[in-house]
Write a protein that binds this ligand. Structure first.
Ligand code: F6R
Length: 243
């Protein structure tokens, strides 16, 4: 793995933006895998800035988001679709029809999961996948488990994730308990992966990621089996860790 330690989260966002910009410049019809949460916000700010400055063209880009809460629709302010529209898609020239987020209101979730995998395959697979990591090591909504789930599936959020994500909701009991999420196999199929790990709160999981063998109990460790992963951390997360 290629590990980049940046001074702070702002520098980490800039580094990640350079990688995304290079990808889109080299291949204007790139297929991007995108994430929500606090971690990528700085990167999305950078990408919007590059677009406004005329340095990036998203007109041929396609994007697939990692996950969505079951039960939340596009107009729900807590949905990941809403998050992506407001924090990125509406501010750049990506064609909304080329932005894919699992449909949290799908009547037939099994079908939605299958169709999502088919859409990724039809787009030619993901060229560059962005990831954040949960405090418990989850990537997308792949929680610690006894096995790695391959494909886009219905996931149950565990207690720790519900607690962590409750900061975006009025109360903890409003956090949806289930999500549709890309599986470990769908993520590992991406040609390149960038994972951003920033802030003091992520120090312990970054250390486990670097020092533990691959185990589904710490899902992020699976990235060690991928041939093209860049870890972008900041000093707050990386302090004291021997890379
Ligand atoms: C988001 C996602 C999650 C987050 C993770 C970290 O689409 O799939 O795995 O990346 O929970 O979230 P933040 O960045 O808010 O700490």
């Amino acid at each position: 793995m290629n590990i980049i330690v940046c001074k702070d989260a702002a520098e980490a966002a800039k580094k990640a933006a350079v990688i995304f910009a290079a990808q889109i410049t080299e291949k204007p019809a790139s297929v991007l895998g995108l994430a929500t949460g606090s971690t990528p916000l700085g990167l999305y700010e950078e990408l919007k800035g590059m677009y406004s400055a005329g340095l990036l063209d998203f007109s041929r880009v396609k994007s697939f988001n990692l996950d969505e809460y079951v039960g939340l629709g596009e107009n729900d302010e807590q949905s990941y679709r809403y998050f992506m529209d407001k924090n990125l898609f509406e501010k750049i020239n990506i064609n909304p029809e080329n932005t894919y987020v699992p449909n949290g209101l799908a009547k037939d979730i099994g079908n939605e999961c299958k169709a999502y995998e088919e859409k990724i395959a039809a787009a030619g697979g993901i060229d560059l996948q962005l990831l954040g990591v949960g405090h418990n090591g989850h990537i997308a909504f792949n929680e610690p488990s006894d096995y790695f789930l391959e494909k886009t599936s219905l996931f149950k959020l565990n207690e720790e994730t519900i607690e962590a994500n409750s900061r975006f909701f009025a109360s903890k009991d409003q956090v949806p308990q289930r999500s549709i999420s890309m599986g470990i196999g769908s993520i590992m199929a991406a040609k390149k992966i960038v994972i951003m790990i920033t802030g003091r709160g992520k120090r312990e999981i970054l250390s486990k990621f670097i020092n533990s063998p691959v185990t589904p109990q710490i899902p992020v460790t699976v990235l060690k089996f991928h041939s093209n992963v860049t870890v972008i951390a900041d000093m707050e997360a990386a302090e004291g860790i021997n890379f």
